[in-house]
Design a protein around this ligand. Structure first.
Ligand SMILES: [Zn+2]
Length: 338
């Protein structure tokens, strides 16, 4: 019987140059694998996934999920353990069966824990090396950015910070990451159900508080620790949920109620644990032309109604086509100024 490392090496050898076919056999539709900037088969993001066909190791990259090799892609798509993924691959490739115990060696478990610890440490370091947005009276790019969105007077959440220099990485043709520059960034801490920091959401900015001239000004740092929300204001008996950070802040300005940001529509899928004491959940969706925002908001509402029949659940969508709650706030402020 081969040990775990030998099995992995053997699978990689047999799969070399065949990852596109393997991915399709695992159930990933062809549309995700054709060229760069495709919908992500893992997180559902619309144009954030690239499968690097020129590489032989199945390398992929998603602006939301991170990157990895072919084995990682199959594992994450099939939502199975590493061992189960290797067994599936061995069977598909016609290799001898992978023994259960061989891939569950202590060394692998330790290295997985190490990886988790390392990622948590990096998130903590990034967060701790950044600065509070409202520390002093002098303007900074994050405050200028918020002012441009009619959010200058928002109650000051601790879950937002900023940093003057944040490196920006892109994946090149060969799938390797390259740094293309450094910009100021507003940071938002993403926290999971257990209250652990799992990622930092970054908005790359110019010194004047506009979005930075980079391919994707909003990016997630930290991919392996799971999903969570930006807890802008602590819930009372009411908790509001909104998509983006700016929209969530606008909902707070408009209603005075506690709000969390899911960061994106797919973030709504990961709302599971209702915080203690919450009796009312208000979902503030975007009114985008495709109706995707409203559909996602009602989908979450329907799911909560089934799983938590005791909760009162409301959905609020802006009336104007193409508007989010930040647009509603901006319009209201402009109208009252006149
Ligand atoms: Zn993704």
């Amino acid at each position: 019987m081969l040990d775990g490392q030998d099995q992995i090496a053997r699978i990689k050898r047999a799969a070399e140059g065949r990852w596109r076919e393997i991915a399709e056999a695992a159930g990933i539709p062809e549309v995700h694998l054709e060229k760069e900037g495709r919908p992500c088969p893992l997180c559902g993001g619309r144009d954030r996934f690239s499968f690097f066909r020129k590489r032989t190791d199945g390398r992929w990259f998603c602006r939301g999920c991170g990157y990895g090799d072919g084995i990682a892609l199959i594992q994450r798509f099939r939502r199975e353990s590493f061992g189960a993924t290797l067994r599936w691959l061995a069977a598909y490739l016609g290799l001898p069966e992978v023994a259960e115990h061989s891939v569950r060696t202590a060394s692998r478990q330790i290295s997985r824990q190490d990886k988790r610890d390392r990622e948590q440490r990096k998130i903590r370091e990034l967060w701790e090396s950044s600065m509070p947005v409202w520390e002093s009276d002098s303007p900074n790019p994050a405050r200028l950015y918020l002012s441009r969105r009619s959010l200058a007077d928002v109650d000051r959440p601790q879950a937002l910070r900023w940093t003057p220099k944040c490196p920006y990485w892109v994946a090149g043709e060969d799938g390797e990451l390259k740094k293309i520059g450094e910009w100021p960034a507003m940071l938002a801490l993403v926290v999971n159900d257990a209250g652990e920091a799992v990622a930092v959401h970054r908005i790359y900015l110019t010194a004047e508080g506009n979005k930075a001239p980079v391919p994707t000004p909003k990016k997630r740092y930290g991919s392996g620790l799971g999903e969570g929300f930006v807890r802008l204001y602590p819930p009372s008996s009411i908790l509001c949920l909104a998509e983006g950070v700016e929209t969530a802040l606008a909902v707070h300005c408009l209603t005075g109620l506690p709000v969390w940001s899911a960061l994106s529509l797919s973030g709504f899928h990961h709302f599971e644990a209702v915080p203690a004491g919450v009796e009312v959940i208000k979902i503030y969706g975007d009114n985008d032309a495709s109706f995707a925002g409203a559909a996602g908001a009602y989908e979450l509402a329907a799911r909560l109604r089934r799983s938590h029949p005791e909760l009162r659940v409301e959905v609020h969508i802006p009336e104007g086509r193409g508007e989010d709650w930040n647009d509603v706030l901006s319009r209201r402020i402009k109208t009252s100024a006149w």
